[in-house]
Design a protein around this ligand. Structure first.
Ligand SMILES: [Zn+2]
Length: 162
């Protein structure tokens, strides 16, 4: 049996990601998750430059490079890729699965429909399929912590909400 896979992320970062997704609603949003040892320490928001942003996302090479440089400068790594599904669930699409195989980091997906976060990874050497990664919310108090928790929390500190 494989060890349990987890990615931990603070409540604030989850709220920021949910907000980023809701702000760009109807279009997929994307970000890179910087961290170490399975813990997200910083979020690098990116623009979706895909020609069909309602259904797909692409991050421009210079932003990607910027994220890697930002990570390196802080002794971190790009440990995850975040994107949203504005009008569907948080399961990876066929396209996601194809790209997950070439980018074997944790893929965190936020659903604008269910307001849930789910994380997935493509196990190394696996011919196909994905494995669910548990999202551990840091700083979440008590029960109810987990996927979806924290969405919307902390939004008050941002001045640019709609
Ligand atoms: Zn997707």
């Amino acid at each position: 049996m494989r060890p349990r896979r987890e990615i931990s992320i603070s409540r604030e970062h989850m709220a920021e990601l949910a907000e980023h997704a809701e702000r760009t609603y109807a279009l997929e949003s994307c970000a890179l998750l910087l961290g170490a040892k399975g813990a997200v320490k910083d979020v690098f928001f990116a623009d979706n430059v895909d020609p069909r942003p309602e259904q797909f996302f692409s991050i421009a090479p210079d932003q990607l490079l910027g994220a890697y440089r930002a990570a390196e400068g802080r002794g971190l790594e790009v440990i995850g890729i975040f994107h949203s599904h504005p009008a569907s669930g948080a399961a990876p699409s066929d396209t996601d699965m194809r790209f997950m195989r070439t980018n074997p980091v944790v893929w965190v997906i936020y659903s604008g429909q269910t307001k849930e976060f789910r994380a997935h990874v493509t196990p190394e050497g696996d011919g196909g399929g994905t494995e669910t990664v548990t999202v551990v919310v840091e700083g979440a108090a008590g029960a109810g912590a987990g996927a979806g928790a924290g969405a919307g929390a902390g939004a008050e500190k941002h001045k640019d909400v709609r």
